[in-house]
Design a protein around this ligand. Structure first.
Ligand SMILES: Cc1ncc(COP(=O)(O)O)c(C=O)c1O
Length: 376
Protein backbone atom coordinates (compact mmCIF):
# COMPACT_ATOMS: atom_id res chain seq x y z
CA UNK A 1 0.00 0.00 0.00
CA UNK A 2 1.29 3.51 -0.77
CA UNK A 3 3.00 5.66 1.91
CA UNK A 4 0.16 8.21 1.80
CA UNK A 5 -2.56 5.62 2.28
CA UNK A 6 -0.47 4.05 5.06
CA UNK A 7 -0.37 7.32 6.98
CA UNK A 8 -4.11 7.85 6.50
CA UNK A 9 -4.73 4.31 7.73
CA UNK A 10 -2.67 4.98 10.87
CA UNK A 11 -4.66 8.13 11.55
CA UNK A 12 -8.03 6.49 11.11
CA UNK A 13 -7.09 3.33 13.01
CA UNK A 14 -5.92 5.56 15.89
CA UNK A 15 -9.11 7.59 15.87
CA UNK A 16 -11.46 4.59 15.79
CA UNK A 17 -9.39 2.80 18.46
CA UNK A 18 -9.84 5.83 20.73
CA UNK A 19 -13.59 5.73 20.13
CA UNK A 20 -13.56 2.07 21.17
CA UNK A 21 -11.93 3.03 24.48
CA UNK A 22 -8.40 1.83 23.64
CA UNK A 23 -5.35 3.83 24.71
CA UNK A 24 -2.36 5.25 22.88
CA UNK A 25 -0.70 1.84 22.44
CA UNK A 26 -3.50 0.49 20.25
CA UNK A 27 -3.00 -0.62 16.68
CA UNK A 28 -4.94 -2.05 13.80
CA UNK A 29 -5.26 -2.53 10.12
CA UNK A 30 -7.92 -2.50 7.47
CA UNK A 31 -9.06 -5.92 6.31
CA UNK A 32 -11.14 -7.38 3.50
CA UNK A 33 -14.03 -7.59 5.99
CA UNK A 34 -15.20 -9.01 9.28
CA UNK A 35 -14.14 -12.55 8.44
CA UNK A 36 -10.49 -11.57 8.00
CA UNK A 37 -10.68 -9.20 11.00
CA UNK A 38 -11.96 -11.97 13.28
CA UNK A 39 -9.38 -14.41 11.94
CA UNK A 40 -6.56 -11.92 12.52
CA UNK A 41 -7.68 -11.12 16.07
CA UNK A 42 -7.92 -14.79 16.92
CA UNK A 43 -4.48 -15.40 15.44
CA UNK A 44 -3.19 -12.70 17.80
CA UNK A 45 -5.01 -14.37 20.71
CA UNK A 46 -3.51 -17.74 19.76
CA UNK A 47 -0.09 -16.21 19.71
CA UNK A 48 -0.60 -14.69 23.12
CA UNK A 49 -1.44 -18.03 24.75
CA UNK A 50 0.94 -20.12 22.56
CA UNK A 51 3.87 -17.81 21.71
CA UNK A 52 5.78 -20.65 20.03
CA UNK A 53 2.92 -21.79 17.82
CA UNK A 54 4.35 -19.99 14.77
CA UNK A 55 7.57 -22.00 14.93
CA UNK A 56 6.49 -25.21 16.58
CA UNK A 57 2.78 -25.68 15.92
CA UNK A 58 0.04 -26.19 18.47
CA UNK A 59 1.26 -29.28 20.28
CA UNK A 60 -0.88 -32.10 21.60
CA UNK A 61 -3.22 -30.04 23.76
CA UNK A 62 -4.40 -26.88 21.97
CA UNK A 63 -6.32 -24.27 23.99
CA UNK A 64 -10.10 -23.82 23.80
CA UNK A 65 -12.15 -20.91 22.48
CA UNK A 66 -15.46 -19.95 24.08
CA UNK A 67 -18.08 -18.03 22.07
CA UNK A 68 -21.80 -17.29 22.01
CA UNK A 69 -24.35 -19.46 20.26
CA UNK A 70 -25.14 -16.57 17.90
CA UNK A 71 -21.52 -15.86 16.92
CA UNK A 72 -20.98 -15.40 13.18
CA UNK A 73 -19.55 -18.43 11.39
CA UNK A 74 -16.32 -16.47 10.90
CA UNK A 75 -15.49 -17.36 14.52
CA UNK A 76 -15.78 -21.14 14.17
CA UNK A 77 -14.14 -20.89 10.75
CA UNK A 78 -11.13 -19.18 12.37
CA UNK A 79 -10.99 -21.87 15.06
CA UNK A 80 -10.76 -24.46 12.29
CA UNK A 81 -8.29 -22.47 10.19
CA UNK A 82 -6.00 -21.82 13.15
CA UNK A 83 -5.64 -25.54 13.76
CA UNK A 84 -7.30 -25.35 17.19
CA UNK A 85 -9.82 -27.96 16.09
CA UNK A 86 -13.54 -27.30 15.92
CA UNK A 87 -14.15 -29.57 18.91
CA UNK A 88 -12.18 -27.15 21.06
CA UNK A 89 -14.70 -24.42 20.32
CA UNK A 90 -17.31 -24.19 23.08
CA UNK A 91 -20.63 -22.53 22.30
CA UNK A 92 -22.53 -20.82 25.13
CA UNK A 93 -26.34 -20.82 24.86
CA UNK A 94 -28.18 -17.49 24.80
CA UNK A 95 -30.71 -15.73 26.92
CA UNK A 96 -32.73 -13.24 24.83
CA UNK A 97 -30.30 -13.87 21.95
CA UNK A 98 -27.29 -12.72 24.02
CA UNK A 99 -24.61 -14.84 25.67
CA UNK A 100 -26.05 -16.21 28.90
CA UNK A 101 -23.45 -14.83 31.30
CA UNK A 102 -24.29 -17.28 34.13
CA UNK A 103 -23.70 -20.21 31.79
CA UNK A 104 -20.47 -18.60 30.57
CA UNK A 105 -19.17 -18.38 34.15
CA UNK A 106 -20.10 -22.03 34.73
CA UNK A 107 -18.17 -23.13 31.64
CA UNK A 108 -15.11 -21.03 32.53
CA UNK A 109 -15.13 -22.50 36.07
CA UNK A 110 -15.32 -26.03 34.68
CA UNK A 111 -12.48 -25.38 32.24
CA UNK A 112 -10.36 -24.01 35.08
CA UNK A 113 -11.03 -27.10 37.18
CA UNK A 114 -10.06 -29.30 34.24
CA UNK A 115 -6.84 -27.32 33.81
CA UNK A 116 -7.72 -26.29 30.24
CA UNK A 117 -6.05 -23.26 28.68
CA UNK A 118 -8.48 -20.71 27.24
CA UNK A 119 -7.31 -18.92 24.10
CA UNK A 120 -10.15 -16.39 24.04
CA UNK A 121 -13.73 -15.61 24.88
CA UNK A 122 -15.46 -14.18 21.80
CA UNK A 123 -18.47 -11.91 22.36
CA UNK A 124 -20.54 -10.16 19.70
CA UNK A 125 -21.67 -6.55 19.44
CA UNK A 126 -24.51 -6.68 16.95
CA UNK A 127 -25.20 -10.34 16.20
CA UNK A 128 -25.93 -11.25 12.62
CA UNK A 129 -29.28 -12.86 13.39
CA UNK A 130 -30.95 -10.26 15.62
CA UNK A 131 -28.49 -7.35 15.98
CA UNK A 132 -28.25 -7.99 19.74
CA UNK A 133 -25.31 -6.78 21.82
CA UNK A 134 -23.74 -9.20 24.31
CA UNK A 135 -23.27 -7.81 27.82
CA UNK A 136 -19.69 -6.65 27.26
CA UNK A 137 -19.38 -5.04 30.70
CA UNK A 138 -20.17 -8.27 32.51
CA UNK A 139 -18.22 -10.50 30.11
CA UNK A 140 -15.30 -8.05 30.05
CA UNK A 141 -15.02 -7.95 33.86
CA UNK A 142 -15.09 -11.75 34.01
CA UNK A 143 -12.30 -11.96 31.40
CA UNK A 144 -10.25 -9.29 33.21
CA UNK A 145 -10.51 -11.14 36.53
CA UNK A 146 -9.38 -14.40 34.95
CA UNK A 147 -6.78 -12.95 32.59
CA UNK A 148 -8.60 -14.20 29.48
CA UNK A 149 -8.29 -12.54 26.06
CA UNK A 150 -11.68 -11.03 25.17
CA UNK A 151 -12.25 -10.61 21.46
CA UNK A 152 -15.38 -8.74 20.38
CA UNK A 153 -16.83 -9.33 16.96
CA UNK A 154 -18.27 -5.85 16.54
CA UNK A 155 -18.25 -6.11 12.74
CA UNK A 156 -21.87 -4.99 12.67
CA UNK A 157 -22.27 -3.05 15.90
CA UNK A 158 -19.10 -1.01 16.41
CA UNK A 159 -20.42 1.77 14.17
CA UNK A 160 -22.92 2.44 16.98
CA UNK A 161 -19.99 4.17 18.72
CA UNK A 162 -20.77 7.10 16.41
CA UNK A 163 -24.42 7.22 17.50
CA UNK A 164 -25.71 9.96 19.81
CA UNK A 165 -27.07 7.16 22.05
CA UNK A 166 -24.77 4.13 21.68
CA UNK A 167 -25.94 0.87 23.29
CA UNK A 168 -24.75 0.68 26.91
CA UNK A 169 -22.98 -2.59 26.21
CA UNK A 170 -20.40 -0.81 24.04
CA UNK A 171 -18.76 0.85 27.04
CA UNK A 172 -17.51 -2.68 27.81
CA UNK A 173 -15.39 -2.68 24.64
CA UNK A 174 -12.57 -1.21 26.72
CA UNK A 175 -12.15 -4.64 28.35
CA UNK A 176 -11.45 -6.31 25.01
CA UNK A 177 -7.97 -7.13 23.74
CA UNK A 178 -9.16 -7.05 20.12
CA UNK A 179 -12.19 -6.19 18.06
CA UNK A 180 -13.49 -6.51 14.52
CA UNK A 181 -15.27 -3.50 12.99
CA UNK A 182 -16.75 -3.42 9.48
CA UNK A 183 -17.22 0.15 8.23
CA UNK A 184 -18.71 -1.44 5.10
CA UNK A 185 -21.74 -2.48 7.12
CA UNK A 186 -23.12 0.65 8.78
CA UNK A 187 -20.98 3.54 7.53
CA UNK A 188 -22.43 3.94 4.04
CA UNK A 189 -19.44 2.29 2.39
CA UNK A 190 -19.20 -0.21 -0.44
CA UNK A 191 -17.25 -3.45 -0.01
CA UNK A 192 -14.59 -3.98 1.08
CA UNK A 193 -13.78 -2.01 4.22
CA UNK A 194 -13.19 -4.08 7.33
CA UNK A 195 -10.91 -3.42 10.26
CA UNK A 196 -9.25 -5.22 13.14
CA UNK A 197 -8.07 -3.32 16.22
CA UNK A 198 -5.94 -4.58 19.09
CA UNK A 199 -5.52 -2.79 22.40
CA UNK A 200 -1.77 -3.32 22.07
CA UNK A 201 -0.30 -2.84 18.61
CA UNK A 202 2.44 -5.35 19.49
CA UNK A 203 -0.17 -8.14 19.78
CA UNK A 204 -0.97 -7.70 16.09
CA UNK A 205 2.69 -7.65 15.10
CA UNK A 206 3.49 -10.79 17.06
CA UNK A 207 0.61 -12.51 15.28
CA UNK A 208 2.55 -12.11 12.02
CA UNK A 209 6.08 -12.53 13.32
CA UNK A 210 7.93 -13.07 10.06
CA UNK A 211 11.04 -11.64 8.47
CA UNK A 212 10.90 -10.36 4.91
CA UNK A 213 13.98 -8.26 4.20
CA UNK A 214 12.75 -7.50 0.67
CA UNK A 215 9.77 -5.63 2.20
CA UNK A 216 10.10 -4.83 5.91
CA UNK A 217 12.99 -2.40 6.27
CA UNK A 218 12.66 -0.55 9.56
CA UNK A 219 15.01 -1.27 12.46
CA UNK A 220 13.84 -2.84 15.73
CA UNK A 221 14.11 0.22 17.95
CA UNK A 222 11.56 2.49 16.24
CA UNK A 223 7.87 2.01 15.68
CA UNK A 224 7.39 0.52 12.24
CA UNK A 225 4.88 2.43 10.16
CA UNK A 226 4.64 -0.21 7.42
CA UNK A 227 1.27 -1.92 7.91
CA UNK A 228 2.54 -5.03 6.12
CA UNK A 229 3.86 -6.38 9.41
CA UNK A 230 0.35 -6.26 10.90
CA UNK A 231 -1.73 -7.52 8.03
CA UNK A 232 -2.75 -10.91 6.69
CA UNK A 233 -2.55 -9.48 3.17
CA UNK A 234 0.64 -8.52 1.33
CA UNK A 235 -0.31 -6.38 -1.69
CA UNK A 236 -3.46 -4.59 -0.66
CA UNK A 237 -5.90 -1.98 -1.97
CA UNK A 238 -6.00 1.39 -0.24
CA UNK A 239 -9.57 0.78 1.00
CA UNK A 240 -8.94 3.27 3.78
CA UNK A 241 -9.41 6.09 1.25
CA UNK A 242 -13.14 5.27 1.07
CA UNK A 243 -13.36 5.50 4.82
CA UNK A 244 -11.39 8.73 4.89
CA UNK A 245 -13.66 10.16 2.21
CA UNK A 246 -16.91 9.29 3.98
CA UNK A 247 -15.61 10.75 7.26
CA UNK A 248 -14.57 13.95 5.44
CA UNK A 249 -17.94 14.17 3.69
CA UNK A 250 -20.33 13.36 6.57
CA UNK A 251 -18.23 13.66 9.72
CA UNK A 252 -18.68 11.38 12.71
CA UNK A 253 -21.92 13.21 13.53
CA UNK A 254 -23.40 12.54 10.11
CA UNK A 255 -22.42 8.87 10.25
CA UNK A 256 -23.87 8.64 13.77
CA UNK A 257 -27.13 10.14 12.50
CA UNK A 258 -27.17 7.57 9.69
CA UNK A 259 -26.76 4.76 12.24
CA UNK A 260 -29.59 6.14 14.38
CA UNK A 261 -31.81 6.62 11.35
CA UNK A 262 -31.38 2.99 10.23
CA UNK A 263 -32.17 1.79 13.76
CA UNK A 264 -35.26 4.02 13.83
CA UNK A 265 -36.43 2.46 10.57
CA UNK A 266 -36.14 -1.01 12.14
CA UNK A 267 -38.20 0.35 15.05
CA UNK A 268 -40.84 1.61 12.56
CA UNK A 269 -41.14 -1.90 11.19
CA UNK A 270 -41.41 -3.28 14.73
CA UNK A 271 -44.20 -0.82 15.58
CA UNK A 272 -46.07 -1.51 12.33
CA UNK A 273 -45.96 -5.25 13.12
CA UNK A 274 -47.28 -4.61 16.64
CA UNK A 275 -50.33 -2.92 15.13
CA UNK A 276 -51.21 -6.01 13.07
CA UNK A 277 -52.71 -9.38 13.90
CA UNK A 278 -51.07 -11.32 11.12
CA UNK A 279 -47.38 -10.85 12.12
CA UNK A 280 -45.44 -11.09 15.37
CA UNK A 281 -42.13 -9.52 16.44
CA UNK A 282 -39.54 -11.87 17.88
CA UNK A 283 -37.54 -9.24 19.74
CA UNK A 284 -37.12 -5.51 20.26
CA UNK A 285 -34.72 -4.11 17.63
CA UNK A 286 -31.40 -3.27 19.26
CA UNK A 287 -29.92 -2.03 16.01
CA UNK A 288 -31.11 -2.01 12.39
CA UNK A 289 -32.06 -5.72 12.36
CA UNK A 290 -35.47 -7.21 13.12
CA UNK A 291 -36.67 -10.82 13.06
CA UNK A 292 -40.39 -11.46 12.82
CA UNK A 293 -42.87 -14.08 11.72
CA UNK A 294 -46.02 -14.26 9.64
CA UNK A 295 -48.68 -15.99 11.70
CA UNK A 296 -51.13 -17.12 9.09
CA UNK A 297 -54.58 -15.93 8.14
CA UNK A 298 -56.00 -16.77 11.58
CA UNK A 299 -53.59 -14.26 13.10
CA UNK A 300 -52.14 -14.11 16.59
CA UNK A 301 -54.80 -16.32 18.16
CA UNK A 302 -53.46 -19.24 16.18
CA UNK A 303 -49.92 -18.81 17.50
CA UNK A 304 -51.09 -18.19 21.08
CA UNK A 305 -51.53 -20.61 23.95
CA UNK A 306 -54.14 -22.66 22.06
CA UNK A 307 -51.72 -23.42 19.22
CA UNK A 308 -50.97 -27.07 18.64
CA UNK A 309 -48.04 -28.76 16.89
CA UNK A 310 -49.87 -28.81 13.57
CA UNK A 311 -50.51 -25.05 13.73
CA UNK A 312 -46.84 -24.44 14.53
CA UNK A 313 -45.71 -26.65 11.67
CA UNK A 314 -48.05 -24.82 9.30
CA UNK A 315 -46.70 -21.41 10.41
CA UNK A 316 -43.10 -22.68 10.04
CA UNK A 317 -43.73 -24.04 6.53
CA UNK A 318 -45.38 -20.79 5.52
CA UNK A 319 -42.50 -18.64 6.78
CA UNK A 320 -39.94 -20.88 5.10
CA UNK A 321 -41.71 -20.55 1.77
CA UNK A 322 -42.63 -16.89 2.09
CA UNK A 323 -39.21 -15.29 1.76
CA UNK A 324 -38.14 -16.80 -1.59
CA UNK A 325 -41.63 -16.34 -3.05
CA UNK A 326 -41.78 -12.68 -1.98
CA UNK A 327 -38.25 -11.87 -3.12
CA UNK A 328 -38.87 -13.45 -6.53
CA UNK A 329 -41.63 -10.91 -7.15
CA UNK A 330 -39.10 -8.06 -7.09
CA UNK A 331 -41.13 -5.48 -5.10
CA UNK A 332 -38.96 -5.89 -2.02
CA UNK A 333 -36.17 -8.02 -0.62
CA UNK A 334 -35.80 -9.53 2.81
CA UNK A 335 -33.62 -12.18 4.43
CA UNK A 336 -34.43 -15.07 6.74
CA UNK A 337 -32.85 -17.07 9.53
CA UNK A 338 -33.64 -19.71 12.15
CA UNK A 339 -34.32 -18.65 15.76
CA UNK A 340 -34.91 -21.17 18.53
CA UNK A 341 -35.11 -23.86 15.88
CA UNK A 342 -37.87 -22.16 13.87
CA UNK A 343 -37.65 -20.37 10.49
CA UNK A 344 -38.24 -16.62 10.75
CA UNK A 345 -38.24 -13.58 8.48
CA UNK A 346 -35.45 -11.04 8.92
CA UNK A 347 -34.84 -7.49 7.74
CA UNK A 348 -31.61 -5.49 7.92
CA UNK A 349 -32.27 -1.81 7.24
CA UNK A 350 -29.36 -0.49 5.18
CA UNK A 351 -30.84 2.07 2.80
CA UNK A 352 -31.25 5.51 4.39
CA UNK A 353 -34.09 6.23 1.93
CA UNK A 354 -36.27 3.43 3.31
CA UNK A 355 -39.19 5.02 5.19
CA UNK A 356 -42.54 4.27 6.78
CA UNK A 357 -44.37 3.81 3.45
CA UNK A 358 -41.84 1.15 2.38
CA UNK A 359 -42.15 -0.62 5.71
CA UNK A 360 -45.95 -0.79 5.42
CA UNK A 361 -45.73 -1.86 1.77
CA UNK A 362 -43.33 -4.63 2.80
CA UNK A 363 -45.79 -6.04 5.34
CA UNK A 364 -48.75 -5.74 2.95
CA UNK A 365 -46.72 -7.42 0.20
CA UNK A 366 -45.64 -10.26 2.48
CA UNK A 367 -49.20 -10.77 3.76
CA UNK A 368 -50.59 -10.84 0.21
CA UNK A 369 -47.98 -13.36 -0.89
CA UNK A 370 -48.61 -15.49 2.21
CA UNK A 371 -52.35 -15.59 1.50
CA UNK A 372 -51.57 -16.74 -2.02
CA UNK A 373 -49.44 -19.57 -0.62
CA UNK A 374 -52.09 -20.49 1.96
CA UNK A 375 -54.83 -20.73 -0.63
CA UNK A 376 -52.78 -22.69 -3.16
C1 LIG B 1 -21.28 -10.12 13.33
C2 LIG B 1 -20.60 -10.41 12.02
N1 LIG B 1 -19.32 -10.80 12.03
C3 LIG B 1 -18.64 -11.05 10.90
C4 LIG B 1 -19.24 -10.94 9.67
C5 LIG B 1 -18.45 -11.24 8.43
O1 LIG B 1 -18.14 -10.04 7.82
P1 LIG B 1 -17.63 -9.95 6.29
O2 LIG B 1 -18.80 -10.40 5.46
O3 LIG B 1 -17.30 -8.51 6.13
O4 LIG B 1 -16.46 -10.84 6.14
C6 LIG B 1 -20.58 -10.54 9.60
C7 LIG B 1 -21.25 -10.44 8.30
O5 LIG B 1 -22.43 -10.34 8.17
C8 LIG B 1 -21.28 -10.27 10.80
O6 LIG B 1 -22.56 -9.88 10.81
Amino acid sequence: MSPTATMIEHQIVGWLATLAGYGAGAGGTLTSGGTEANFTAMLAARNSVLPNAWEEGLGADPPVVVYGEHAHYAVTRAIGQLGIGRRRGISIPSRDYRINVDLLVGVLDRLREEGKRIMAVVATAGTTATGAFDDLEAIGSICDERGIWLHVDAAHGASALLSSRPPRALSGLRHSRSLAWDPHKMMLLPLATGMVLTREEGDLERAFAQQAPYLFHAGKSTRIIDQGIRSFQCSRRADVLKLWFVIQRFGSEGLGRLYDHLCNTAQLLHDAIDERDDFENLHQPESNILCFRYLGAAGKREAGSGANDRDRQRVDDLNRELRPRYNREGTGWITATVLDGRPVLRVTMMNPRTGEAHVRALLDGLAAKAKEIESS
